[in-house]
Write a protein that binds this ligand. Sequence first.
Ligand SMILES: Cc1ncc(COP(=O)(O)O)c(C=O)c1O
Length: 273
Amino acid sequence: MGVKAKVHLKIDTGMERIGVHYYSAHTLQEATLKCCRNVEVEGIYSHFASADSADLTYARLQLERFNEVLRFYEKHSLPAPMGHMANSGAVLQLPEASFDMVRPGILMYGVYPSPEVPHTVQVRPALAWKSRVVYFKVVRPGHPVSYGSTWQSDHLVRVVTVPVGYGDGYFRSMSNKAQVIIRGQKYPQVGRVCMDHGQSRMGHGLQRRRSDVDRRIGRRTRHGRRSGWVGWDDPLRNLDQHQHARAACVCKISQTPGVLSPPCLFRASGALR
Ligand SMILES: Cc1ncc(COP(=O)(O)O)c(C=O)c1O
């Protein structure tokens, strides 16, 4: 077809996920020199398993393995393809692993990859997850809310329902842990998060509006305060407070809105400031 495919070779230096093992890489590298007229090796890359740890011993070992793989080109007096290896942890902790490009993931969402990483770069959460309140009711004392009756009040409370649940990617494990933002103020999410719905307790003095917007991920905005939007406080930070802030969880939360159902809006805006 006269078209050249540009490819990046994936070298597994210790993640044991995708790619050719570093100790077999030369076979692949040699093969790409001999065959494949229609393939251009534009890049070569690897991935860190623990560049977000306080102990960087394993990350450094991976880096050394990758550097050894790159020496192939030097040995053969060939120009090296673009190299890239650094994920968020390495961007923050291993500048020597930057090569020609970096691939930060979670950091681009404005979230640190792990609590062990020094906070050397200022980031802010780049997610906004909003939905509208679809129901409002006053619940009597002793009347439990949602599945499993995991929460009830000892006094009359206002409870709003928002059509976002674990079916949309919102964690069920956030049940009774998250906080909502209601016109700029925080209120607790109450009862189990359902597949399509979640409920929140509002304060006594606050009248909700049917048009209120639920903010499940994101920061309070001036706009939110002015217009009386309703929303859940930044669950990324909530997770942190509730000791669920393992990078894996945070990653998952950050990426699950990909399955959002129509009533929700998902927006990603600039993360680094
Ligand atoms: C190939 C690759 N590059 C970059 C990333 C981003 O990693 P992180 O979110 O740790 O920055 C990932 C995430 O798994 C990945 O698989």
